[in-house]
Design a protein around this ligand. Structure first.
Ligand code: COA
Length: 332
């Protein structure tokens, strides 16, 4: 099985910062509550533009970093669970704005597991040899889905985008994806349909009015405890699985980039795995949870800091709505 080589990275983080104290101005909350329970000190919010704007910026930076001509990209693969439109896909918008005129364009939605899902898909496309260069973008504007009167959820998330240009490599790459659809109610955000269909029978709709006009039901809904429990187990399972596929000990992993949902989840899961905290990268303190953009934003930060060294064995691991989870392990 061939591998995936990351030849360029990029990210976009909105300028506007909402620190924990800003939330105390309109909610019954405090930095003293948020920081010890989540690790989050601040998050960035896109206040004046659509989500795809961030995706385009991150993509352009990754293309420039890779030194490739956008016309040579064969596929634009976009992960998002906060798209601007039902259609077209975000991938089509980013394809147009980046000048990737010869690329196919596909959106992926496995929520916060999305970047790992896209890596897994990219590996399979690259293996066909018909696709040589793939642009992967994860772009998320969670602020558009949050109820800012719900203090337990709105403090957790932020907005950002991350991107990578990848091509085929001879080095090993292993990945696994999993889903527990029966737990979907632990974390979801219902689509806001605005229908005037005269045949719709609201009484018979057992999902309780999916055609409802604007209501609190259209915001992100979550059972934080259920997600927490799922996340720790799923991360443990996923990392063990890819390490086993690769045939290495967990101690042989040089760097873990986990999904950044809660610092306590990351610490608990990596402690269970016996991976030392120096090998685990986090930026949740400054970014909050930016869903599928967490991992590529971390990746870009590490790349810009010169911390991605040739030969390193890196593991991405994540979980999210679905509930989904996954991991991949590869060499830089
Ligand atoms: N500020 C102050 N108090 C808050 C608060 C806030 N921002 N959010 C919740 N509380 C209150 C609750 O109302 C509750 O009060 P009560 O006991 O009077 O009812 C109390 O704090 C404890 O709430 P609880 O939900 O038990 O807190 P917790 O320690 O479990 O932490 C989460 C809650 C959401 C931080 C934690 O469960 C979590 O991170 N889960 C994962 C969620 C997630 O990341 N989802 C997306 C994954 S991709």
């Amino acid at each position: 099985m061939s591998g995936v080589k990351i030849i360029g990275t990029g990210s976009y983080v909105p300028e506007f910062i909402a620190d924990n104290n800003k939330f105390s101005e309109f909610l019954d909350t405090s930095d003293e509550w948020i920081t010890p329970r989540t690790g989050i000190k601040q998050r960035h919010i896109l206040t004046d533009k659509p989500n795809f704007y961030m995706g385009v910026q991150a993509a352009q930076r990754a293309i420039e970093d890779a030194g490739v001509n956008p016309k040579d990209l064969d596929l634009v693969l976009v992960s998002t669970c906060s798209p601007d439109f039902f259609y077209p896909s975000m991938a089509c918008l980013i394809q147009k704005k980046t000048g990737a005129v010869n690329a196919a364009a596909i959106d992926v939605n496995s929520a916060c597991t999305g970047f790992i899902t896209a890596m897994d898909i990219a590996q399979k496309y690259l293996e066909t040899d018909h696709y040589k260069k793939i642009l992967i973008v994860a772009t998320e504007k969670l602020s558009s889905q949050l109820d800012y009167t719900d203090r337990s959820m709105c403090i957790l998330f932020g907005d950002a985008a991350g991107a990578a240009v990848v091509e085929k490599s001879d080095k090993p790459f292993h990945s696994m994806l999993g889903a527990a659809g029966d737990e979907f109610e632990a974390l979801y955000c219902k689509i806001h349909y605005n229908s005037n269909c005269p045949f719709y029978d609201k009484e018979a709709d057992h999902y309780n009015g999916i055609f409802d006009t604007f209501s609190k039901q259209n915001f992100l809904q979550s059972d934080g405890h259920a997600v927490y429990k799922f996340a720790v187990n799923a991360m443990d399972k996923a990392v063990r699985k890819v390490a086993e596929q690769r045939g290495i000990d967990l101690q042989d992993i040089d760097l873990v980039i986990p999904h950044q949902a809660n610092l306590r989840i990351i610490k608990k899961a990596t402690e269970l795995l016996g991976i030392s905290q120096e090998k685990v990268y986090t930026n949740i303190q400054n970014m909050g949870n930016v869903s599928s953009a967490c991992i590529p934003v971390c990746l870009d930060e590490l790349s810009k800091q010169g911390r991605l060294k040739e030969g390193m064995t890196v593991c991405f691991v994540g979980f999210g709505a679905g509930l989904t989870y996954g991991a991949c392990i590869f060499d830089i």
